[in-house]
Design a binder for this molecule. Sequence first.
Ligand SMILES: NC(=O)c1ccc[n+]([C@@H]2O[C@H](COP(=O)([O-])OP(=O)(O)OC[C@H]3O[C@@H](n4cnc5c(N)ncnc54)[C@H](O)[C@@H]3O)[C@@H](O)[C@H]2O)c1
Length: 473
Amino acid sequence: MRVTVIGSGYVGLVTGACLSDLGFKVVCLDKDEDKIKMLQQGDVPIYEPGLRELLARNRADGRIRFTTDVQDAIEHGDILFIAVGTPAREDGSADLGHVLSVASMIGRNLKDFKLIVNKSTVPVGTADRVREAIVHELSHRGMPAEMFDVVSNPEFLKEGAAIDDFMRPDRIVVGIDDGIHHEKSQRMMGDLYASFNRHHSRTVWMDVRSAELTKYAANAMLATRISFMNEIANLADALGADVDQIRRGIGADNRIGHSFLYAGCGYGGSCFPKDTQALVSTAHAYGQHMHVVSATEQVNESQKTLLVDRLVQRLGADLTGRKIAVWGLAFKPNTDDMREAPSLVVIKNLLQRGAHVTAYDPVAGHEAVAALTLDCAGQAHGLKNFKLVDHDMDALHDVDALMVLTEWKNFHNPDFQAMKLSMRTPYILDGRNLYNPDALADLGIAYQGVGRRNELVKLAVDPVSNNTLTVDA
Ligand SMILES: NC(=O)c1ccc[n+]([C@@H]2O[C@H](COP(=O)([O-])OP(=O)(O)OC[C@H]3O[C@@H](n4cnc5c(N)ncnc54)[C@H](O)[C@@H]3O)[C@@H](O)[C@H]2O)c1
């Protein structure tokens, strides 16, 4: 069986690379010529651990190649994956423009049977629309409508651990509808993923609509756990409790488990924000309300400004003349993806208040500047007061505070003494709860985590106003 992947972004490239590593002959198509040129030259347009090596090996062995040639790509695969973006529209609904244009493109080029596998995250009913778009094109060409089937195979990989997630999936969801091709489609999908089902079956078979909704339900559940813990953290702050202890206490319950219970300065990324919005929007279109998911979104929005609110409580709303350091720009570690990253909201807010921001991220700096340039385009000073530095310690010189926004491993154990010497005020706002509040108190560093007994910040003195930095617990 040969495989074509349409859309060579995070999901498409990982899918293509992993399937080629399993021995399939893979062609990755993208409409972005620069991206394809880079890939053809052995370069990788995104940062994803292990992806560069996997692509290089399989490219050298002739199992994967990259093209912008639609006809070539569609002729190649017995299975055609759709892995293009489904961004949020203004009203929160999923924009299916890319998916449907790919469907039409397939319809215009189909010559023999193909199994079309939708990997993009799409609202319920999209497979029907993909089918209609293909049939429409086929009928124009006087071709029969039975030359294809559309199945749903949502992707659950996490950026930063995408290869491992793909190669060792918890489950593979495949939605196939009844119809003349049902048996053939099921056999092809079974063969495609046979490597993952050798020990025990990881494939969960279902109908297409259920598969489409499963993806949204999974992301909404994970986002809800995060927002729930953020609410508990904010309450813990008010009550003088520590959310990290609470996290361990509830995570030990098998019914709850430890994953996705970390309080922080909000979730971001290319999936949770847009998928929760799309789920709310789908429900709305069917006269229903997703109360829990809507609340999850609201909590997340306010959580993104929590650290700035705290800074403002201490230093005042006008941050003119203040210098603030930011460690971590990507929405999470091990990726350079800046989509919906909380750092964008935080930095824009700081700059609007007149602060100077020095920022460091191990890999996302370039992407961050591009995203911030767009975000701050209409602002008085644009990015004039923003500086990206190459080393974490370089961000700290003479700053009034450090905000930690991404839990990169190399931020876990910094040299606190050196940091204290470099900063004007030893004041850390820890948006990912990386540090031990007691240890920092012993070092004389003011510390505010998220739900971590923030009265410990009382230790610090603001040298500008000479006021003690007190916190109402
Ligand atoms: N990124 C993730 O972590 C993740 C995880 C699971 C599911 N998903 C879902 O997978 C889908 C893809 O996400 P992504 O992050 O890989 O997106 P992406 O933006 O990184 O990549 C999409 C690619 O599709 C290409 N494209 C768009 N229209 C095309 C066309 N007509 N022909 C050929 N190529 C075209 C774009 O140029 C781009 O390279 C989305 O629906 C997303 O919600 C993403």
